[in-house]
Design a protein around this ligand. Sequence first.
Ligand code: ADP
Length: 605
Amino acid sequence: MRCSLRSISVLLLLALCPLLASATEASRQVRIGVLAWQGLEEAEVRWSTLMNRLADQLPGRELVLRHFDLAGVAAALKAGELDFVVTNPGHYVFLEAESGISRIATLVADNASDPAHVVGSAVVVLADRQDIRRLADLQGHSLAAVSPDAFGGYQVAWGELRRQGLDPEQGRPAPVFTGFPMSRVVEAVLNGDADAGVLRVCLLESLERDGALRPGQLRVLSPRPGGAPCQASAPLYPGWAFAAAPHTPPALSRDVLVALLALTPDAAGQSWSVPADYHTVHELLRALQIGPYAFLRETAWPSLWERYWPWVCGLILTLLAWGAYTLHVEHLVQRRTRELTQAMAARQRLEVQVQEGQQQMDHLSRLSVLGELSGTLAHELNQPLATIGNYARSLLRRQDSGNLAPAALRLAAEEIASESERAAGILGGIRALARKRNRVREAHDPVALVGEAGRLFAGMLPGAPELQVSTGGDGGGWRVWVDPLQIQQVLLNLFKNAWDAQRAADCDAPIELHLEQVGSCCVVAVRDHGPGLAPEMQGRLFEAFFTTKSDGLGLGLSICKTIVEAHGGEISAAAAEPGPGLVFRFTLPLAEGATPWHENPSDDR
Ligand code: ADP
C-alpha cells in the first residue's frame, strides 16, 4: 500500500515537471515591445544593441524583443503579451491613458542634457527660398512630413504651427505625407515636391555629418534660441519612454530600471535617465485633440453634426412645424378677432335698432292704452266743457236780466276755472304719455306714482272704479329707481285690465293697490274682483298677442313684463285670495344702491 502511494507521487511529479519547467522559463522572460515607427528592419537595428546591452545587465533573464506599429503595441498590451513598452512620447501618453502603462525611464538621445527636452521638430526649406523665412510664411505652401502619427516628425511641428495661427489640418500649409524613412521628406523638399518638410530634431545635422546632405543646402525655419547641439523650430519634449505594463511585477520593473540606468551612452549618444515629466506632451496632444484627447473632437461641431444630425433635423423640422402652426394660429386669431369685431359692431347696430324699436313700441303701446282709454275721453272732457258752457250761459242770462249778483258771478267763475283745470289736467297727462321720449331712471315716490296713474285713469274713464291704495310695513317713504312714465304705463294697463275684468263680472268694487318693501325692492300688487282666469291660461298671460277679448290686441301685459324686467324687476299673476279676482304683482328696485343709469337726456320728439 505504502509502495503504491509513493509510486503515484513520483508519477505526478514526472507529469508536472514539463509544466513547472515552462513556468520557470516564462518567469525568466522579459517581453519588451518597441514601436517600429520606421519599419521593422530599422527597429531591429536600432533596438537590438540596446537589448544586448540590457541583457548583459540582467543575467538570468531572457529578453524577448518584439516590434509593433502603433495599433499593434496597444493590442499586445491588451492581450497581456508585453512586460515593457518602448515608444515615443506621444504614443506613451496615449497608452498611459488607454492601457495603464507607467514609465520607468526616459531616453536621452543625441547627447541632450535634459531628459524633458529631447524630442522635437525642425521645419526645413531649401536654403535659397527667400519667400519662406519663418514658420508663419508657410501659409499657402505645402509641408512634407512622414506621417500624421509621427511625434517629432509631425505633431510637434503641427502644434507650433497652430500656435502661430496656421493649421495643416485646415490645409494651411497643405500637408504631404511621404511615409518612412524620414529621408523621403528631405527628398520631397530637395525635389520641390513640397515647399517645406518636418524632420525630427537633429536629423538634419546627422545627415550633414554623414555626408548625405550638403551642409547649408536646407535651412531650419524659426530656429529656437540655444539650438545646440541641434536646431529646432518648436519646443523640445521628453524623450522616448521605457514603460512597464500594468501587470509587470514591481521587482522586475526595479531590476530593469537599475539595468537601464547602469547603461553608459551608446555610440549614438543615447542613454536612459529617470522618467521625465510628460505633462508638456499632454498639453500638446490636448491642444491638437489627438491621442488620449481625441474625444475632444467629438464635441466639435462637425462630429456633433455627424452624430446628432437626425435629431438636429428633427428639431429643425419640429421648430418649423411649430413656427408654421404659430403663424396659422396667429392668422386664425386675427381672422376671428376681425369676425368678432364685425359681429360686435353688427350686434351694437342691432342693439341700437332694438332700442329704437323698443322705444317705438313703448310709444305705440302707450298710444294703444290711450286709444283704449280715450273711447270715452270725449265724454269725460265733455262733462267739464258742458259745465263751463252752462255756467257761462247762466251768467249771460243773469246779466241780461240784470240780476247778476257778485256772489253768483264769483261762484260761476270758480266753477269754470275748476272745470277747465280738470280738463287741462286730463289733457296734460295724455300729452305726457303720448309724447315720444328717451327712457330715464329717476328716484320717485312709488305711492305718488300710483296716485298720478290713478288720477289719469279716473280722468279718462267715466265711472272708473275707485282705487284703494294701501302700504305695508312702515307705510312708505321709499323711493324707487324708475322711468315714471313707463311705470305709469304698466299701472294703466293693469288698471284697464282690472276694469275690463270687473265690468265682465258686473262688479263695481274698488280696485285694490298695495305697496310694500321687500328687501331692496318695492312690491306693487294690483287686485281686482273680476272673474279671474283659468289656471291653464295664466301661463300664457304675458305672451304677446294672447287675448281673450274680441277687441283686444294681447300686447298690454307682454309690454308690462318687458318694462318691469328692464327695471330689473319681475311681474307675475295669481288668483286673488279670497277670490274671485286676479292679483298682479311686480317689483321695482329701490333707489338706494341702484345702478346709475346713463342714457341721453330726454329729447322730446
Ligand atoms: P288685451 O287686454 O289687449 O287682451 P293684455 O295683454 O292686456 O291684452 O291681456 C291679455 C289677456 O289677459 C286678456 O285678454 C285677458 O284674457 C287676460 N287678463 C288680463 N288681465 C286680467 C284680469 N285682471 N282678469 C282676468 N283676465 C285678465
